[in-house]
Design a protein around this ligand. Structure first.
Ligand code: SAH
Length: 354
């Protein structure tokens, strides 16, 4: 007998054939998805409409949960960080961010990250491996257990540890589970995948799933971006922008979200703001400005309040759609770029929610 079938690796469509391969009727896929994702039931014993024989067989041949909690922490603003462990002991983090009318879950896609952006704590960890679809989706299942009564996850952002587009097949399958009406049933506009700019994979992502795209830009010249986001040396700003302008989903006026982490003295001048506006004017762009979340792995710091105000004012003057992201979960190292998944002590990262 081979490995047990890890049910959360498959959206209902592909689960049908996986079940058939172990001798289970394909139509059971939707029933099982309903138990796991809609009702939050993971023990086969409790899946009462499956019949006793099938429940016993599934318990032998299939698995549901793949992550366990190391710990969780809730900050003063309600942001909750879950530190989770994979079967072989790798540690990853996920964050829920409650707001007035929504609760956003920020998911990790890799253990660590190979891109080594100079200001990001995950980048400083180095790269271990890609997460499986089941490990991505189990973050949703585990994190929603921590939500207060009556609260549910309304939005998902792939902005945790790792570069989602370096793990595209697993991310696409996970998105299918998030969108599937018999699974999490999220509307496509409530799911956002963020990339540091892995240009060739951007069209591939959007051809497969109708999610929002976020691009971590952070600089307006190649000289600066080459240093902050080393991936820029392979895919410079002009190539990135040309690719985005060529996307059919974008030309149909679906906005692209741009993340711009403000680093004191590096990318925070009024000229930077003007160049940013010029660069993004040809696109339906929404800009999220995130003042740097400090952490011990990076020398960068956030600019002073008046410098941030000036940067924002300049973008407003250029009539750009721009939001200043309040840092969420900083007290528990859950902010953007503060996720480093150390089992003890703290590291950096945060989530910006479009
Ligand atoms: N690798 C993907 C997904 C991570 S998203 C990407 O780069 O888009 C996490 C976001 O937080 C990215 O925009 C990242 O650049 C930003 N970020 C990383 N470190 C940060 C920090 N210390 N302060 C503020 N934002 C940070």
């Amino acid at each position: 007998m081979g490995e047990p079938l890890s049910l959360k690796n498959h959206a209902p469509e592909s689960l049908r054939s996986e079940l058939a391969a172990i001798g289970v009727e394909p139509y059971r896929a939707e029933q099982i998805a309903n138990w796991i994702y809609v009702r939050g039931v993971e023990d086969f014993d409790a899946m009462t409409d499956l019949g006793r024989d099938l429940r016993v067989r599934l318990a032998q041949l299939a698995t549901t949960r793949v992550l366990t909690f190391v710990r969780s922490e809730t900050g003063a603003d309600g942001t909750t960080k879950g530190v989770l462990r994979t079967a072989e002991g790798h540690v990853i983090e996920a964050v829920t961010i409650p707001e007035e009318r929504r609760t956003t879950l920020c998911l990790s896609t890799q253990v660590g990250c190979p891109l080594a952006c100079s200001f990001c704590a995950t980048g400083a960890m180095g790269f271990t491996r890609n997460l499986t679809t089941a490990e991505i989706i189990d973050q949703v299942c585990r994190m929603r257990e921590l939500l207060p009564e009556g609260q549910s996850i309304t939005n998902v952002v792939f902005m945790g540890m790792g570069e989602p587009l370096l793990n595209l097949p697993a991310v696409v399958e996970a998105v299918k589970i998030l969108l599937h009406p018999k699974a999490f049933a999220l509307a496509p506009r409530r799911v956002t995948v963020s990339t540091a700019g892995l240009v060739p994979k951007i069209p591939e992502l959007l051809e497969q799933v109708p999610v929002n795209l976020a691009v971590s830009l952070h600089a307006t010249t190649d000289a600066v971006r080459d240093v902050l986001v080393p991936l820029n040396r392979r895919f410079p700003i002009r190539v990135l922008m040309e690719t985005l302008r060529g996307l059919e989903s974008i030309t149909r006026r679906r906005p692209v979200f741009f993340e711009y982490t403000l680093l004191e003295g590096v990318n925070d001048s009024p000229e930077d703001a003007r160049r940013l506006a010029t660069l993004l004017k040809p696109l339906p762009a929404k800009i999220n400005v995130i003042p740097m979340n400090s952490h011990t792995d990076s020398p960068h710091r956030p600019p002073a309040a008046d410098v941030i105000d000036r940067f924002m004012a300049e973008l407003a003057l250029q009539r750009m759609t721009v939001t200043l992201r309040r840092s969420r979960g900083e007290d528990i190292d859950a902010a953007c770029g503060q996720l480093a998944a150390r089992e003890t002590g703290s590291g950096p990262r945060e989530c910006s929610t479009p």
